[in-house]
Design a protein around this ligand. Structure first.
Ligand SMILES: [Zn+2]
Length: 445
């Protein structure tokens, strides 16, 4: 099967140019800048007026399968992803059972091979008791080890210093990066106790960022950086939420080992948005102040933050009611991440070339993904085609995530994802979705 994407504005590896892409079966075979490739094609997509980007690689999602399929599953959420121009993802281990054994990891790969519309891999979750298993991981199958440092997620809270040392040392020895969720639970627990004494059982949401505080984030992130430098471990700190944590990049040598992720919620919202959006935008780490968001946005542009993920974490709408103690944390986002960041491009926060770097090139580079994340001959044809000046509104019928709500409901976007190709397969064609094909297991160098 030969396919032609013609006349689009291609954004790739820092350059923006008018061109054409030829796909043969699952791969890009030609990118031509000045001439229209001749020949016959099984399918031609006229991308005039559109921007042609590498498919988004989302290194941070929670798809809830197995164990919480009432909230989401791999099929529903990868469909949402394809609608959003996302073609690959790494999923997190806090499912039920947790992905903290080789059996649980293999089970997820099996499930994804049956139902994932796009390309997949899974983080292995470190616990206080499973460090030895890190040595048995196939480093070409998983992106890395996920570590909840002092966050209360079942028994995946790793809080013993000796164990942390062992996990960082072992990951470095096998050559896997560690991705951390950094919040100090002692600080959070003390803050929550004090807030409950003062305000009752379920303190107001506007206190969430004071309970899950800047200090809690900074202390934990600083410890992760210390451990990474001590053991020479590659460390990717997930969902950075405070301006202060950006200072950790100035620790001598940190730049050789430490990279930072920002997620959509912290880039779009501030703690003032609880008045309109309530528990819908409650997440952990908490959404902080306007000053924090401003600095995070600056850090996207200047390179201090190296990847954008979604932390896509659906819950049932009923579970999002309540205050800082009772509303569950997390929100769906994967269907709208690309158009949301394109909106920041329109606002002048970052360039479209930088956006492509943050959402496709850098995740591929950071985690050493083979043959994806770039528009290059012989690479897999994972492509998102987006159209500017094509306004549409987020309404319930558009939402593909199983939970059927979004904090962005009612919002008007100016960019639209018109086409998604995954392994050369035309998954999304305007609003028509091809539900038959399955994604591939990602491989890592
Ligand atoms: Zn997460």
């Amino acid at each position: 099967m030969r396919k032609l994407i013609s006349n689009g504005t291609i954004v790739n590896e820092g350059r923006t140019f008018k061109g054409n892409i030829v796909i043969e079966n699952d791969r890009i075979i030609e990118i031509s800048e000045h001439t229209t490739p001749r020949g016959t094609y099984d399918e031609c997509v006229d991308a005039t007026g559109c921007f042609v980007l590498p498919g988004v690689i989302d290194a941070h999602v929670h798809f809830r399968e197995p164990g919480m399929e009432e909230k989401a599953d791999i099929e529903s959420e990868t469909r949402a992803a394809a609608y959003g121009g996302v073609t690959s993802y790494f999923e997190m281990p806090n499912t039920s059972p947790q992905t903290t054994s080789i059996e649980a990891l293999n089970d997820k790969f099996q499930r994804a091979s049956r139902s994932s519309h796009i390309n997949y891999s899974f983080f292995f979750g470190a616990t206080n008791a499973n460090c030895e298993l890190i040595r048995h991981l196939d480093v070409h199958s998983v992106p890395g080890v996920k570590l909840f440092m002092g966050s209360s997620t079942g028994n995946m809270l790793v809080d013993r210093l000796g164990v942390l040392d062992e996990i960082f040392a072992t990951s470095a020895a096998v050559g896997l990066p560690i991705m951390t969720h950094c919040e100090d639970s002692n600080i959070i627990n003390a803050n929550m106790k004090a807030a409950k004494e003062r305000y009752g059982d379920d303190p107001d949401l506007t206190l969430h960022h004071k309970i899950r505080s800047e200090e809690a984030c900074y202390r934990s992130s600083a410890l992760a950086v210390d451990l990474a430098l001590k053991h020479k471990t590659q460390l990717h700190i997930a969902h950075l939420s405070t301006a202060r944590e950006l200072e950790l990049l100035n620790v001598p040598n940190a730049k050789h080992y430490v990279t930072l992720e920002a997620v959509i919620a912290h880039l779009l919202f501030t703690n003032d948005d609880y008045t309109t959006l309530g528990g819908l935008i409650k997440c952990n780490p908490s959404i902080k102040t306007l000053a924090d968001r401003t600095e995070l946005r600056k850090a996207l542009a200047d390179g201090r933050i190296s990847t954008i993920g979604t932390d896509h974490a659906p819950h049932l709408l009923a579970q999002k009611q309540g205050g800082a103690a009772k509303a569950t944390s997390g929100m769906p986002m994967i269907q709208f991440s690309l158009v949301a960041i394109l909106e920041l491009v329109d606002k002048g926060v970052l360039t479209i070339e930088r956006m492509v770097e943050l959402m496709a090139h850098a995740p591929a580079h950071r985690f050493q993904v083979n043959e994806r994340g770039f528009l290059r001959p012989n690479y897999k044809a994972d492509i998102a085609i987006v159209r500017p000046n094509s306004p549409w509104q987020v309404t319930e019928d558009i939402i593909q995530s199983k939970c059927k709500w979004s904090p962005l409901q009612g919002h008007c976007f100016n960019w639209k994802v018109e086409h998604t190709f995954c392994n050369g397969v035309h998954l999304l064609n305007k609003d028509v979705f091809n539900a038959t094909p399955r994604g591939e297991k990602l491989s890592f160098r």
